[in-house]
Design a binder for this molecule. Structure first.
Ligand code: IMP
Ligand code: MG
Length: 182
């Protein structure tokens, strides 16, 4: 599958992403105003570009931490398991936390990660995802902030990969396999 030739059609421009981040950061700063320090938790690896732009636009005292989760399906899609491959370095008990994800797809990853982090008794825990594919949802999960709702398309760029490729595109593009048109 990874050897199939494909092209990338731009879906969301770098300019639109930047404008949306400005708006979102205004809302986030308002929500967490008065925080002593917000812990911004990036989910590796897809959120690394988003979190970099987000924190530079966020007018709050922050620190950054990272967590890596991996989801895999067994025979039954609905019993998807999520494993923590790399946990946070710091404690979050009594702290303000913002979890940053690239895409909410089935919802399993953020559902699991936010439940895990909530069990550590943070003061406030919110989540933001750049993209949301609501039509793909398997669990009832809603992120507190969403950059863009998108249809059920496979996307790359702005940190998001296809088989580890295309993370460095400055925009979000849709993968179109050649020969699929007819
Ligand atoms: P889910 O919400 O648990 O299904 O998982 C979301 C994760 O699936 C994201 O963090 C991405 O790593 C991956 N993913 C979902 N849709 C796409 C896509 O269109 N392109 C690349 N990765 C995707
Ligand atoms: Mg991911």
């Amino acid at each position: 599958m990874t050897d199939r030739p494909y092209v990338i059609d731009q879906m969301i421009s770098a300019k639109s992403i930047a404008a949306r981040i400005e708006t979102l950061c205004g809302e986030i700063a308002q929500e967490f105003s008065g925080t002593d320090k917000l812990i911004v938790v990036g989910l590796l690896r897809g959120s690394f570009v988003f979190i970099a732009d987000l924190v530079r636009e966020l007018d709050l005292p922050i620190e950054v931490d990272f967590l890596e989760a991996s989801s895999y399906g067994d025979a039954m899609e609905s019993s998807r398991e999520v494993r923590i491959l790399k946990d946070l370095r710091g404690a979050i008990e009594g702290r303000d936390v913002l979890v940053v994800e690239d895409i909410v797809d089935t919802g399993h990853t953020l559902n699991h990660v936010t439940a895990l982090l909530r069990s550590r008794d943070p003061k406030r825990l919110k989540s933001i995802a750049l993209l949301d594919k609501p039509s793909r949802r398997e669990v009832d999960f809603r992120s507190d902030w969403i950059g863009f709702e998108i249809p059920d398309e496979f996307v790359v760029g702005y940190g998001i990969d296809y088989a580890q490729r295309n993370r460095n595109l400055p925009f979000i593009g849709k993968v179109r396999f050649l020969g699929d048109e007819g």
